[in-house]
Design a protein around this ligand. Sequence first.
Ligand code: NAD
Length: 415
Amino acid sequence: MPQPELSILETAHAYFNESCDLLEIDDGMREVLLHPWRELSVSLPVRMDDGGIKVFNGFRVQHNGARGPYKGGVRFSPGADADHTRALAMLMTWKTALVDIPFGGAKGGVQVRPSDLSEAELNRLTRRYTQAISHIIGPQRDIPAPDMGTNAQVMAWMMDAYGQLHGYSPGSVTGKPIELGGSYGREAATGRGVCDIAMLAATDAGLDMHGATVAIQGFGNVGSFAARRMEETGAKVVALSDRTCAAYDPAGLDLDQVFEHKARTGTLEGCPWGETISNEQILELEVDILVPAAIEGVITTENAGNIRAKLIVEAANSPITYGADAILKKRGVTVIPDILANAGGVIVSYFEWAQNIQRFRWTLERVNDELHTTISRGYERTRDMAKERNVTHREAAYAVAVDAVVKAIDLRGFI
Ligand code: NAD
């Protein structure tokens, strides 16, 4: 009988506990870090366009703030329940610690499918959510950002709703439009960081990025910018998928044509370029680098044995289940974990926040250079720990991050 897969929260706890074993962290500190410091669950009544009222569930989970204000995205998705939000909040604590930016970890969620709402309804829902959590967020407390189902427009509404209560505060959220104090380079940052990390890991694995074949699952913010950046670095994107299917050409996709088709039709279905394959098939292609950049839990104990990529760069949060990770480890597949691979977004969010509180704007070149420097240091810390302890990149990344948070808690001396 195959073992059931662990949930995303159980997975986050399992990796955390393994790092505690490695670092010999005592039971008391484990307890502290297994529990979020604060959780807020809110009901959000919203007047719909047809005059009726609908009530949505919302959450904000602040996992740990020992290293600075809480930081984490807001997800609008039917699956954004309390446990899901807790897991993602915990991942944010490790992510900010691993790349050494002065934040803790948080996450927000509203259980809604944004495409079911009109723009006016989405605006009202976003304002209601912001008002409901406004007493626990703020530029020095907790700074939300976009995640799945939210974007720069949603952040603009959040900033405005927060400002109505507390005065003009551009540093209250990141991922805003440029016109409202957003940072150059923020939109592309996660995808760009994924490529920076892929290049470093490829070099260490003896893979030449120039001409390396890449398959990317997901055509949203992260997947689309990652695809473009991979092409710029000389890699060959052979497959790219959205929710419906994947376009595949072993000789390399013409990204201009694929993007044009997606922009025109809203889907990859019927893409005239390459062969159409399924979202499951894209994961099992024989490529140098596989980038899951869509949703969690796509590489499972069912398909982990069929993965033929040499290197997997986790652009999405938790795309590999706990059981699948063990199979990949046994098979010697190098996996660069989410808390490192997709940290580019929160790094440039940090730059945006720093620009906002200084009332100063950086050039795009400066943002991209500093992103490269910061994420590369995170990679080096991970690689050094992996070598020193003879562990995987995931085990090493968790160890570096957990150690940094434990040290901050100890130094503060409040427990
Ligand atoms: P998005 O909503 O912009 O895009 C998601 C993409 O995944 C879309 O192309 C969608 O069609 C596809 N998709 C949805 N369901 C799918 C399914 N069942 N199978 C295959 N594809 C599916 O989201 P995003 O902002 O690009 O985020 C993607 C992932 O990266 C998420 O796990 C998110 O938490 C993570 N992440 C995002 C950021 C960021 O800055 N946006 C930062 C860090 C981590």
